[in-house]
Write a protein that binds this ligand. Structure first.
Ligand SMILES: CC(C)(COP(=O)(O)OP(=O)(O)OC[C@H]1O[C@@H](n2cnc3c(N)ncnc32)[C@H](O)[C@@H]1OP(=O)(O)O)[C@@H](O)C(=O)NCCC(=O)NCCS
Length: 380
C-alpha cells in the first residue's frame, strides 16, 4: 500500500498489506535497509542510532518492527530505484500507551546522499502517513535534532509543525544539542469531540484556586469553552431539535452545513474582541450541553447580545442563569458600561424568567425581521 511512482523510484510499505503488484527490490529487503541506516549512523547522521550499530543488530530490530507492523502497530516504508537498489526508508510506530492508540511516531527517515533533493523523503513520509492513517493513527509526531535544519525544513514543507523543544537532550560525546518535537495531524473520523486541553472528562483537574484558562472558564457546575468549528455537530443537533425552537420564529435549523460558519463567526469574536459566546459543556463528561453567553455588538447594533440555548435534557437546572451570570461578568470586564440586551419572544416564559433572575429590566417591545420581541436589558 502507499505506492507512489516517481520517474526514477517507487515507495512501498514492507510486510503485510503490500500492494500486490508493487515493484520489489531484488532479494531480501531488510538487509539493504539495515545497511543504508548503519552507514548513515556511522557517518554520524542524526538518526538516534549509535555510530557503532551493526547491520545484524539493525536487522533484528527491523524484524521486530515488522512483527509490530503485522499487528497494525507500525509500518516500514522503503524507496527503491527501478533497478532494485534501496535509496531511502522511514518508519512509524504506534505509541505504547493504550490510551494513545491514535498517536504514532515517525522515525528513521533517511535517503542515500546521491538520491537527495528528488522528492524521495516526501514520498516516504506521505506513504508512512497514509499507512499510519489506515491503521487509525490521527497524530504523527517526530523528534529531530535541533542542529538538523535541513531535515526540519523538510518536515515543515511536509505539514509538520513545531510543538516543543527538549533543551540539549542529545549527547554526542561532550557536545549537546536540542531535540525539536514536531507533529502533523492526519484526517480523523467524523463525529469526534475534540476536547483539546479543556479540563473535562476523565483525568481532568484544575490548579488550586484557579477557575479559568486561556480558552475556558469554570462556573459552579459548568465548563464554558471558547467555541470552535469542530463543535458544529453539537450545534446542529441542538438547533435542529424542534423542542429547542418552539419560540424561534425562524424554526429549527435544517442545513447542517450552516453550523460551521456560525461557530467560525463566534470564534472570530473571541479572536478580535476578546469575548463572545461559549460552547457550554458538562465538566464530568465533556458533553456539549448548550451554547450561550454574550457577544460583541454586530454592525449597526449598540448593545452586547445575551443568548442561551441548551439541549432539552439539560433544561430545568438553572444552567442558563448560571452562564448568564458569568456572561454579565465577562461583558462588564470586556466592555465596561455597555448595555447588555436579551431579545426574547413574548411567550417564552422560561427565557423571560432567566432574564429577570439576572436582574435585567423589561424596556419594551421591539419589532425585528422575524416578529415582535421583548427587550430586556442591564448594564452589568
Ligand atoms: C532529511 C532527508 C531525509 C531529506 O531527503 P530528500 O529526499 O532529500 O528530501 P525531499 O527531496 O523529499 O524533500 C522534501 C521537501 O523538503 C524540501 N527540502 C529538502 N531538503 C531541504 C533543505 N535542506 N532545506 C530546505 N528544504 C529542503 C524539498 O524541497 C522538498 O519540498 P518540495 O517538494 O516542496 O520542493 C535527507 O537529507 C537525509 O537522509 N538526511 C540525513 C538523515 C536525517 O537527517 N534524517 C532526519 C532524521 S530526523
Amino acid at each position: 500500500m502507499g505506492l507512489e511512482r516517481r520517474a526514477a523510484f517507487s515507495v512501498f510499505m514492507v510486510g503485510e498489506g503490500n500492494v500486490a503488484d508493487a515493484p520489489r527490490p531484488s532479494g531480501e529487503v531488510l538487509a539493504p535497509i539495515a545497511s543504508l541506516l548503519v552507514a548513515a549512523a556511522a557517518r554520524g547522521e542524526a538518526l538516534g542510532l549509535a555510530p557503532t550499530v551493526t547491520e545484524r543488530e539493525y536487522r533484528a530490530y527491523l524484524a521486530d518492527l515488522l512483527a509490530e507492523a503485522g499487528r497494525g502497530d507500525a509500518g516500514l516504508a522503503v524507496a527503491v530505484r527501478a533497478e532494485g537498489s534501496v535509496i531511502g526508508t522511514a518508519q512509524w510506530r504506534r505509541s505504547p500507551y493504550p490510551t494513545r492508540r491514535v498517536h504514532a511516531e515517525l522515525d528513521r527517515l533517511a535517503v542515500v546522499e546521491n538520491a537527495r533533493g528528488a522528492g524521495v523523503a516526501r514520498t516516504l513520509i506521505e506513504a508512512v502517513a497514509a499507512d499510519a492513517q489506515a491503521q487509525g493513527v490521527e497524530v504523527l509526531s517526530l523528534e529531530v535534532r535541533g542542529n538538523n535544519h535541513g531535515a526540519i525544513a523538510v518536515y515543515e514543507n511536509l505539514g509538520f509543525r513545531r510543538t516543543g523543544l527538549l533543551p540539549n537532550a542529545v549527547a554526542v560525546e561532550r557536545t549537546r544539542h536540542d531535540v525539536l518535537t514536531m507533529c502533523r495531524e492526519l484526517d480523523r473520523p467524523a463525529g469526534l469531540d475534540l476536547l483539546g486541553s479543556f479540563p473535562a472528562g476523565a483525568g481532568a483537574s484544575l490548579p488550586r484556586g484557579v477557575a479559568r484558562g486561556l480558552y475556558w472558564q469554570r462556573t459552579e457546575r459548568l465548563l464554558l469553552c471558547r467555541p470552535s468549528p469542530t463543535d458544529a455537530d453539537a450545534y446542529f443537533a441542538i438547533n435542529a431539535d424542534p423542542a429547542t425552537n418552539v419560540h424561534n420564529p425562524a424554526g429549527p435549523m435544517i442545513d447542517p452545513t450552516a453550523a460551521g460558519p456560525v461557530l467560525e463567526l463566534w470564534a472570530r469574536h473571541w479572536r478580535e474582541e476578546g469575548y463572545g459566546y461559549w460552547t457550554v459543556r458538562d465538566p464530568a463528561s465533556g458533553e456539549v450541553l448548550g451554547f450561550g453567553g454574550v457577544r460583541p455588538p454586530l454592525r449597526g447594533e449598540e448593545f452586547i447580545n445575551l443568548y442561551y440555548r441548551f439541549r432539552p435534557s439539560a433544561w430545568g437546572n438553572g444552567y442558563a442563569t448560571e452562564i448568564g451570570r458569568a456572561a454579565m461578568a465577562l461583558a462588564a470586564k470586556a466592555s465596561p458600561g455597555r448595555i447588555v440586551v436579551a431579545l426574547i419572544r413574548p411567550k417564552n416564559e422560561p427565557s423571560i424568567n432567566v432574564a429577570r433572575r439576572l436582574g435585567m429590566q423589561l424596556e419594551g417591545e421591539v419589532e425585528r425581521d422575524l416578529g415582535k420581541f421583548l427587550r430586556f436589558s442591564l448594564v452589568p
